[in-house]
Design a protein around this ligand. Structure first.
Ligand SMILES: Cc1cc2nc3c(=O)[nH]c(=O)nc-3n(C[C@H](O)[C@H](O)[C@H](O)COP(=O)(O)OP(=O)(O)OC[C@H]3O[C@@H](n4cnc5c(N)ncnc54)[C@H](O)[C@@H]3O)c2cc1C
Length: 488
């Protein structure tokens, strides 16, 4: 991929706050630091907003002060973690809350009823911090599946129903056992299945619409197994074409703990030949010991593409977090992404069709301008989530979803129109549901479509939401058309 020019906005706006940088506090209200008038931009560089106040809370009391200030001044509130979402879900010109200072992790607990280990943590904790904490625990613990990057924060990935590649791990929202949230009235509310199953379901994937999430308790498992990661680079046609392709793919997915596919359009970087192969990562659980990964560090690149040059074919046994957060990228380029959940037919034919069609559409887009060469395709398969706002929601827990993404280097010209067309096509053909943190808001007709598809689940969500946020304090432009009651 080319070096992206996404940080143009930063060049023009010297006071821009990026997802990674903590701004200089300029004022304090009741012990809570905030800066005024900062420009916040997300990781992908496609969302920028000048905020009236950007708060830096560190305690529960701080969260209550922020809500009180917002109530008194009639302001909207949205939180931001690492800013890795591409939709405008975190954005408001009123009060933004950087949750990064909420970073306590409590001692994990082994339930007496045999349901295993859980850990309670504040929502600004980085995935990398959680991994390290759990790994150092006695016994070592881990999340069995997770998002690829470890620089995102727990609040962000739980709020948005994020997922890894683990087929049976479903989404991260499905690992939650309890959540505490400061609502628009300034009250700390605890959500659990035992207390109120409906409200708990809503809280587990709440899009930041119930208030500021203070803590989450999630299931973790004893790290007494490792993952064998096998990377291969077969041809597209061998995987996705022919009468048996769908069933073969299904068998492969069901055999593995996790499977992920990565595709880039050029066989050789900046050369005209189309890539006929696709990268496959397969994870299997094993009791074999983890290998010393240092021996792989200096291997010459196998992939002639700077963004994917860390990939190596072969099979190796790794500790769970090392296997899940595999390094990718060139350290410079950021990407933008549109993605959706497609419910897979029992014979997986629709998945094969969608993949092959996307490869061709992506090729047309990529080769239509030299500046468009930095594109990629990625997909994984997970079983259904029972969280009512999950794009992978299904009543059948065995239903399988293809979580598919099309991406490009930030600032790739025309990517927004192209990705909107791709998502529209998935909606038309497969009833796909956009993944909330990805780019979906510009898809033509997406709001009526989502209202129709989520239907009663939006009504149920709103019923809980309205008890916690009667004045729509946490609703921004992304969510207003879908959830604000007077528009339903
Ligand atoms: C390079 C890259 C790779 C990615 N890989 C994956 C992947 O493998 N799987 C996947 O599912 N997604 C993936 N994503 C998407 C990413 O996981 C989500 O965008 C996630 O929400 C990012 O977390 P964050 O900390 O950056 O949250 P942000 O983007 O900052 O926030 C996300 C949302 O959470 C809300 N929020 C955060 N904390 C709180 C809180 N305490 N209270 C209330 N609301 C809160 C925010 O208001 C916002 O609406 C990837 C993104 C990038 C850029």
């Amino acid at each position: 991929m080319t070096k992206s020019t996404l940080n143009q906005s930063q060049a023009q706006e010297p006071e821009t706050i990026t997802f990674a940088k903590v701004g200089t506090p300029m004022a304090i209200v009741d012990g809570v630091s905030f800066s005024g008038g900062d420009v916040w931009t997300n990781y992908g560089g496609n969302q920028t907003v000048q905020t009236e106040r950007l708060f830096y809370p560190r305690t529960l009391e701080d969260l209550k002060v922020i809500v009180r200030e917002a109530r008194n001044n009639n302001k909207k509130v949205r939180c931001a973690g690492s800013g890795h979402s591409w939709s405008a879900t975190a954005v408001t010109p009123d009060y933004m809350v950087s949750v990064n200072g909420l970073n306590k992790i409590h001692n994990p607990v082994l339930a007496q009823d045999g349901s295993g280990w859980t850990v309670t943590l504040e929502t600004g904790v980085l995935v990398s911090e959680l991994d390290a904490f759990l790994r150092n625990h006695n016994p070592p613990l881990a999340l069995p599946s997770n998002v690829v990057p470890d620089v995102v924060r727990v609040g962000g990935i739980l709020t948005m129903g994020c997922h890894g590649a683990g087929l049976n791990s479903r989404t991260l929202s499905d690992t939650i056992t309890e959540m505490t949230i400061v609502n628009a009235l300034g009250e700390l509310v605890t959500y659990s299945a035992a207390k109120d199953p409906e409200a708990f379901n809503v809280a587990c994937l709440n899009l930041g619409l119930l208030g500021i999430i203070y803590t989450a308790t999630i299931k973790v498992e004893v790290m007494n197994i490792r993952l064998r990661v096998t990377d291969s680079f077969p041809t597209l046609t061998s995987l996705f074409q022919g009468p048996q392709a769908g069933l073969n793919l299904k068998a492969r997915i069901l055999k593995n703990d996790s499977t992920e596919f990565l595709y880039w359009p050029f066989q050789y970087f900046m050369q005209p030949d189309q890539n006929k192969n696709i990268w496959v990562k397969e994870w299997e659980r094993t009791t074999e010991p983890a290998e010393d990964l240092k021996k792989y560090e200096d291997l010459p690149p196998m992939v002639d593409n700077p963004f994917f040059s860390t990939l190596q074919t072969g099979s190796r046994v790794m500790e769970i977090p090392d296997a899940l957060h595999f390094p990718i990228g060139d350290g410079v380029t950021t990407v933008v992404d549109a993605g959706a959940a497609i419910k897979v037919d029992p014979d997986f034919k629709n998945a094969c069709e969608a993949i092959m069609e996307l490869v061709e559409k992506n090729w047309e887009f990529t080769t239509s301008m030299p500046e468009r060469m930095g594109t990629a395709i990625e997909f994984r398969f997970i079983k259904a989530s029972d969280k009512i706002l999950s794009p992978a929601y299904d009543k059948d827990p065995e239903a399988i979803f293809c979580m598919i993404n099309v991406m490009a280097a930030s600032a790739t010209p025309g990517f927004e129109e192209y990705s909107v067309g791709i998502v529209s096509n998935w909606i038309r053909k497969y009833n796909a549901k956009p993944h909330w943190p990805k780019m979906w808001e510009k898809v033509d007709g997406v709001v009526p479509y989502l209202r129709h598809e989520y239907g009663d689940r939006i009504t149920r969500f709103n019923r809980v939401r309205k008890t916690q946020d009667p004045t729509d304090m946490f609703i921004n432009d992304t969510w207003r058309p879908l959830f604000q009651e007077n528009e339903l």
